[in-house]
Design a protein around this ligand. Structure first.
Ligand SMILES: C[S@@+](CC[C@H](N)C(=O)[O-])C[C@H]1O[C@@H](n2cnc3c(N)ncnc32)[C@H](O)[C@@H]1O
Ligand code: SF4
Length: 384
């Protein structure tokens, strides 16, 4: 029997100062003045249109992602949050995160975001090495990254994440370690540490940069950085996520536990459990900002609606839950997918036999080997 999981709200803001050559997110280089007010109106129309999918439910977390949300002035974020919280109930103390590019930090911005209700920031730092930042085509250097974090701290933000990438062109193990040490020195509550991947349809995929560390070197970086973070009090709880006690990202945890989310904005994806007909719906929106602006709030802005068929649910659930170091509980699998645990018994047995997972009563968690080969473990659950 499907039960209704917690609900989050994802808001996509699709513009950046410049497109980074490794990035395959739905982000577009800003040309000229951006239509902030019109985009906020479009987001609200989009949200109103989706409301019947979430009637009577409470939003536990909000995440402004991008793109570069920090290109938007605080007034635009404030206008959105005020109106959105009158359309939908927000849980008291809901985690509200905004992604920030250090190249867009301006005096006064962070105070404005805080006053608007944002209580968590996520900085796209990537590296503290100026050579690495240049090779990644970033618009900021390491000094600007540090200054941006300090501005946010001065504005009262004590809960923030730093995004770093590793296995960068020409990066050595010592350089990767140094990035972690620089991050820790800024006292974030959370660090995301992503291995650089060459995504299809990016400049890096078309013309891979020289000096990308091989798999063994990348693994050494991940292990060493994980140890440095652990020593400084940041426990790994997901493939790429590390947090101080009590500071895990509630929004991302809801994704990883196969919770529900409304996806608002150009190209945003949502996932909603519809209890009345025992179905799970995925919905996504038109990708291109101009198209989205023209159509938001009407059915034409829906890029697609797709039910998650029962035979697909084990894979979709595992794709998320097996990323978590602590794994998941079988009763949660049953509640979130509407399937009995017997539906995955043979796959769980195979994964156990290969040493990829450990089952303890009702609890399933990846082993260290399983954490290293997450994709192989997850692919066991693909329906034929
Ligand atoms: C949507 S971006 C948002 C951050 C913000 N736009 C910025 O870049 O400053 C989220 C994070 O994903 C990571 N990321 C983006 N492309 C990646 C790639 N090809 N491989 C690994 N991590 C990537 C980066 O660390 C980035 O900060
Ligand atoms: S700033 Fe962030 S979202 Fe924008 S292109 Fe670069 S990595 Fe992608």
């Amino acid at each position: 029997m499907l039960s209704t999981p917690p609900l989050s709200l994802y808001v996509h803001l699709p513009w950046c100062v410049r497109k980074c050559p490794y990035c395959d997110f739905n982000s577009h280089q800003a040309r000229g003045a951006l239509p902030f007010a019109a985009y906020v109106d479009a987001l609200l129309a989009d949200l109103e249109h989706d409301l019947p999918l979430a009637w009577g439910r409470t939003v536990q977390t909000v995440f402004f992602g991008g793109g570069t949300p920090s290109l938007f002035p605080p007034e635009a974020i404030d206008a959105f949050l005020q109106r959105a919280s009158s359309l939908l109930r927000f849980a008291p103390g809901a985690e509200i995160t905004l992604e920030t590019n250090p190249g867009t930090a301006e005096h006064g911005r962070f105070e404005g975001y805080r006053a608007a209700g944002v209580n968590r920031l996520s900085f796209g730092i990537q590296s503290f090495d100026d050579g690495c930042l240049q090779r990644l085509g970033r618009i900021h250097d390491s000094a600007q990254a540090r200054d941006a974090v300090k501005l946010a701290q001065d504005a009262g933000f004590d809960n923030f994440n730093l995004d770093l990438m590793y296995a960068l062109p020409e990066q050595t193990l010592a350089m990767a370690e140094r990035d972690i040490e620089c991050a820790i020195a800024l006292q974030p509550t959370h660090v995301s540490h992503y291995q650089l991947t060459l995504e299809p349809n990016t400049l890096f995929a078309a013309r891979p940069p020289a000096g990308i560390p091989d798999d063994d070197a990348s693994w050494d970086m991940q292990e060493r950085c994980q140890a440095l973070l652990a020593d400084a009090g940041y426990a790994q709880y997901e493939v790429s996520a590390y947090a101080r006690p009590g500071r895990r990202c509630a929004h991302n945890l809801n994704y990883w536990h196969f919770g529900d989310y409304l996806g608002i904005g150009a190209g945003a994806h949502g996932k909603l459990t519809l209890g009345a007909d025992q179905s799970i719906l995925r919905r996504w929106k038109s990708r291109h900002p101009a198209d989205y602006l023209a159509k938001a709030g009407s059915p034409a802005a829906i890029g697609g609606d797709e039910p998650i068929a029962p035979q697909r649910r084990p894979f979709d659930y595992m794709l998320n839950a097996l990323r978590l170091v602590d794994g998941f509980a079988l009763p949660e699998f049953e509640a979130r997918t509407g399937l009995p645990r017997e539906a995955i018994a043979s796959e769980l047995a195979q994964a156990t036999a290969r040493g990829w997972i450990r089952i303890d009563g009702d609890h399933v968690a990846p082993t260290e080997l399983g954490q290293r080969f997450t994709n192989d473990v997850i692919s066991l659950f693909l329906a034929d």
